[in-house]
Write a protein of this length. Structure first.
Length: 195
């Protein structure tokens, strides 16, 4: 089901500076380059060669690909090793940088507030709010998630597939940091925090 009209998708293509990284669902106005580190020779490093954005925060999860982790884990068992009980602003910021570096903002906006894609900052969660669902959804994409038996619960303004990112986000640890950012960026009511 294509809710994005063809005319709309075409106009996005024309304004896109970097068509290779574009997807019809990406925000037209998002022209910001993802933040990238610079190597010793002054050239930008590809995202996978960047050092952790928070080298002072030791990784709590593995460097396996999120795809492999999501495929191997039993349903309902994935849990962020970074505790949400007191949100660490440095870790939220580290997660935000990762989020930008893999272009989640292209579809969801810089603060996860949504654009052409569902906002990540409100209390409506399409498949559920828990860590296990979010980790799997981002890693495997919404089509594969549904194949694994996860069903649509909430409704957002956009109904379209979320592409798999479990090999674009390099490590399990990186994805948990991105999810930590999503938690830290929540703008809804405290009573709706169920994670
Ligand atoms: C090409 C556009 C696109 C990109 C890039 C993208 N997403 Fe999504 N995302 C979507 C769409 C579309 C949905 C809704 C899927 C559905 O309704 O089945 C979604 C849903 C989600 C949800 C669930 C939101 C909710 O309200 O329940 C989360 C969390 C999410 N994405 C995180 C991410 C993260 C993190 C990244 C980067 C690693 C990312 N997305 C990259 C399009 C995108």
């Amino acid at each position: 089901m294509a809710l994005i009209s063809v005319a709309n998708a075409d106009s996005i293509k024309k304004t896109a500076g970097d068509e290779a990284r574009r997807h019809p669902l990406m925000l037209a106005e998002n022209t910001a380059e993802p933040e990238q580190a610079v190597g010793a020779d002054g050239f930008r490093l590809p995202p996978q060669r960047q050092k952790s954005t928070a080298p002072d925060i030791p990784p709590l999860a593995s460097d396996k690909s999120p795809h492999d982790v999501a495929m191997a884990a039993e349903k309902g068992t994935l849990k962020n090793p970074y505790s949400y009980s007191t949100m660490d602003p440095a870790l939220v910021e580290a997660g935000r940088k990762k989020y930008m570096s893999v272009s989640c903002n292209g579809c969801h906006g810089g603060n996860g507030g949504g654009g052409m894609c569902p906002p990540l900052s409100n209390a409506t969660w399409v498949y559920g709010a828990d860590d296990d669902t979010l980790f799997r959804l981002v890693s495997l994409g919404s089509d594969e998630l549904q194949k694994q038996g996860y069903t649509r619960k909430g409704r957002e303004n956009v109904v379209g597939p979320m592409p798999p990112h479990g090999k674009i986000v390099k490590t399990e640890d990186d994805l948990w940091r991105i999810i930590y950012f999503i938690r830290g960026n929540f703008r809804g009511d405290a009573k709706d925090i169920k994670w």
